[in-house]
Design a protein around this ligand. Structure first.
Ligand code: BF8
Ligand code: SF4
Length: 639
């Protein structure tokens, strides 16, 4: 199957892969054709694998029920709930590891780490209603205990009780939302228990009420919001809050004469240490004939170290293999999530050492260097030296595509507030709100999620972003969507001039000028990794508060135009629970249930104020999103 005519995939690199006999994701995608049609064909076919009576398939007018009697509506709703729960379990584990690191710092068991942001820690303690003054370790202990409570609270699962729900939902969400969620009885009690309960709820012979199952999807979304926020908060406390940072993006960030090491995965617990030790061990590169050590970021852990240290972005998850194909990558250290196992197979065609580090993420053939926070410094040094020592094994033929773009990142909610403070120090949000009201900024759209091979390399993300910013809509991005934007110049200093509508450009230029920046900030703001979607809520809630309007009344939207993972399902459920209308593509496997499709795309609006938008081309998606933004503006009587 040919790649799209317009593509972000470097063709020369593809040819090189072919010559080197390296099979890449697009080759395997082709081999997989035709993909199993169940669940995704418009015919309405549905498949259930939840017990060994089956797998059962539902074919309208032929086989209307599974062996147990489950209907298409039940099966589709159950499948959706399972996917959402799997996504929450990823973010839940990620957040827990960050909480446990803070605990170990308090206990003196993680000597390589410290609390880098006391102010944020004290602020969180205050919001939790805990003592926020006094020795910092005492405050940290209070915060850790509250976070751990979100993983072990038992009261209320079966008979949900008033006041028993996640601390991080309580301190993050707006009172209007909490009241709605309470009324709907979907406030999560305990992150782990909610995901395991969803597994239970969806097994054969349990919940057969599609409406109730869909409400449980929203509960997963709320739990996901809390998990993402815990992860972001802990990481900011331990590793610092991101500030505006200048860097570069695309495969051209690899350097021929340097030891190139890629960090890939999601956890800054490891990648932050790798960055630290790369600097400390830089001279070691000279001993093997290299000029220095060049760390580059792949997927979300790449976003983490870009945001805090300005480490350049090399590739999103789908192009991880292509970083190896250059022949210039000496080591790739992976932690967890979104790591194609194929990286090892591709690495075998070159000299690249793939290093796994987490116990539950093993890849046969890769070097496993176990990572524990207790001796993180030692592990990070070992990883760096593995890359350095491998430099001598570089193949003779390397090809680094020259394309790269300068980019600005680091747009945490705090960094955005600081930018706006220079415009109005007393009321930093006022200029943003004024410009939203007068239509200079017609709306804010978060573009999130992965790169999907089903798009055959077509840059859906970038093309959608271009239309939105041209229409004076501010775009905020996370995850692989952020890689897409950065790697195509949408975060470059000339991006505002080149791509933004005149009104949006004037606002961004004014903010840049007020901050005495030599460059103009871009019209697409890099907010961070996927757990940093929480920063979007952190930015929007105060805007809603100031306007005295709930989120679902504002001209805002979320889009996941190329989603792949179950985490993306959890994130979309979170956005919908918050009241934010969400575009998703490819079409999810729900079309086999008329009921679920109708609830998601229509009826949900009456419940949460949000709905799912489908748009299978970037033009269609942009049209629907802009229509939605205009509708919200009209009902607010904003022109
Ligand atoms: O968590 S966007 S492919 S890297 S899931 Fe994964 Fe999707 Fe990329 Fe980050 Ni998010
Ligand atoms: Fe079939 Fe029901 Fe088992 Fe699903 S749970 S596989 S529909 S018998």
């Amino acid at each position: 199957m040919p790649l799209a005519k317009k593509t972000y995939v470097n063709k020369k690199l593809l040819q090189k892969a072919k010559k080197d006999k390296a099979k890449l994701v697009f080759d395997r995608f082709e081999e997989q054709q035709p993909l199993c049609p169940f669940g995704i064909t418009p015919l309405g076919d549905v498949c259930c694998k939840n017990c060994y009576n089956g797998p059962c398939r539902i074919i309208p007018k032929k086989q209307e029920r599974g062996i147990c009697g489950a209907t298409a509506d039940v099966i589709v709703a159950r499948n959706l709930l399972r996917h959402a729960a799997a996504g929450v379990s990823c973010h839940g584990d990620h957040a827990r590891e960050a909480v446990l690191l803070l605990l170990k710092i308090i206990q003196g068991k993680a000597p390589g780490y410290k609390i880098k942001n006391e102010i944020k820690l004290r602020m969180i303690a205050r919001r939790l209603g805990k003592k926020s003054t006094g020795p910092i370790m005492d405050v940290a202990k209070e915060v850790v205990l509250e976070a751990l409570e979100d993983y072990r609270r038992q009261e209320g699962l079966f008979h949900r009780k008033e006041g028993e729900f996640l601390n991080w939902t309580r301190i993050s969400a707006l009172p209007e939302r909490i009241a709605l969620w309470e009324k709907l009885d979907i406030l999560p009690i305990n992150i782990d228990m909610e995901t395991s309960h969803a597994e239970h709820q969806t097994t054969m012979g349990n919940d057969a009420d599609p409406e109730h199952l869909l409400l449980s999807v929203l509960r997963q979304g709320i739990a996901d919001g809390a998990a993402m926020r815990i992860a972001t908060d802990m990481q900011d406390i331990i590793f610092k809050i991101p500030k505006i940072v200048r860097s570069e993006a695309n495969l051209g960030v690899l350097k021929k004469d340097y030891v190139n090491i890629a960090v890939h995965g999601h956890s800054p617990l490891l990648s932050d240490k790798v960055v630290e030790w790369a600097k400390k061990l830089d001279k070691k590169a000279k001993t093997v004939g290299a000029k220095g050590i060049n760390i580059v970021g792949v997927c979300c852990t790449g976003n983490e170290v870009l945001m805090r240290h300005g480490i350049p972005l090399a590739a999103s998850e789908i192009r991880a293999e292509m970083v190896i194909t250059t022949g210039a990558l000496d080591a790739m250290v992976v932690d967890m999530q979104c790591i194609y196992p194929s990286v090892q197979e591709v690495a075998q065609c070159y000299h690249t050492k793939i290093i796994t580090s987490i116990d539950y993420v093993r890849i046969p053939g890769a070097v496993h260097i176990p990572f524990e926070v207790e001796d993180a410094d030692k592990t990070a040094q070992k990883i760096i030296m593995t890359g350095v020592e491998n430099f001598k094994n570089r193949p003779s033929h390397i090809f680094i595509p020259p394309e790269k773009f300068t980019m600005y990142g680091g747009f945490s909610a705090e960094a955005i507030t600081n930018l706006l403070k220079k415009v109005n120090s007393a009321e930093p949000l006022k200029p943003l709100i004024q410009n939203l009201k007068n239509g200079n900024v017609r709306g804010i759209v978060a573009i999130v999620g992965c790169r999907n091979p089903k798009l055959r390399g077509y840059p859906f993300h970038e093309e959608l972003m271009k239309i939105l910013i041209k229409n004076n809509i501010l775009v905020v991005v996370t995850g692989c969507a952020a890689h897409a934007a950065a790697s195509s110049g949408l975060m470059a200093p000339d991006a505002t001039e080149k791509y933004a509508g005149k009104k949006l450009a004037s606002v961004i230029k004014a903010i840049s000028k007020a901050n005495n920046m030599k460059d103009v900030l871009p019209p697409v703001w890099h907010v961070g990794s996927c757990v940093d979607n929480s920063r979007i809520e952190q930015l929007l809630n105060p805007v809603a508060k100031k306007l005295k309007k709930p989120l679902h009344k504002l001209p805002i939207a979320v889009s996941a135009p190329e989603y792949v993972t179950e985490k993306a399902v959890a994130i979309a459920s979170w956005a919908l629970a918050l009241g934010i209308t969400t575009h998703i593509n490819p079409v999810p496997p729900v079309t086999g249930s008329k009921f679920v499709t109708k609830v998601l795309t229509k009826d949900l609006e009456k419940i949460t104020g949000s709905r799912v938008i489908i748009g299978e081309t970037h033009q269609a998606a942009a049209k629907e999103i802009i229509k939605h933004i205009n509708k919200k503006r009209k009902s607010l009587k904003w022109k």
